[in-house]
Design a protein around this ligand. Structure first.
Ligand code: ZN
Length: 74
């Protein structure tokens, strides 16, 4: 493989506002149900962390209740 592009060209989508985000060292990120999410700003990061199931709902298995329960226990 040519090593012409050694940088990570991974592009993520901010689940909160839908913006395209290029993850960098200072990019706000969170892991929800084993999946990493990146955010355009700390504001979106805070919103996601507060209610991750609200932004990740739909195609995933209904394990969000478990996540919510664990939050309540803490
Ligand atoms: Zn955003």
């Amino acid at each position: 493989m040519p090593a012409s592009s050694n940088r990570t060209d991974v592009v993520a989508t901010d689940p909160v506002c839908g913006m395209t985000v290029e993850p960098a060292g200072n990019t706000p990120s969170a892991v929800h149900q084993g999946e990493a999410f990146y955010f355009c700003s700390s504001g979106c990061h805070v919103k996601f962390v507060a209610e991750p199931g609200r932004f990740v709902s739909g195609s995933r298995r209904p394990t969000q209740d478990a996540a919510v329960t664990s939050v309540n226990e803490v």
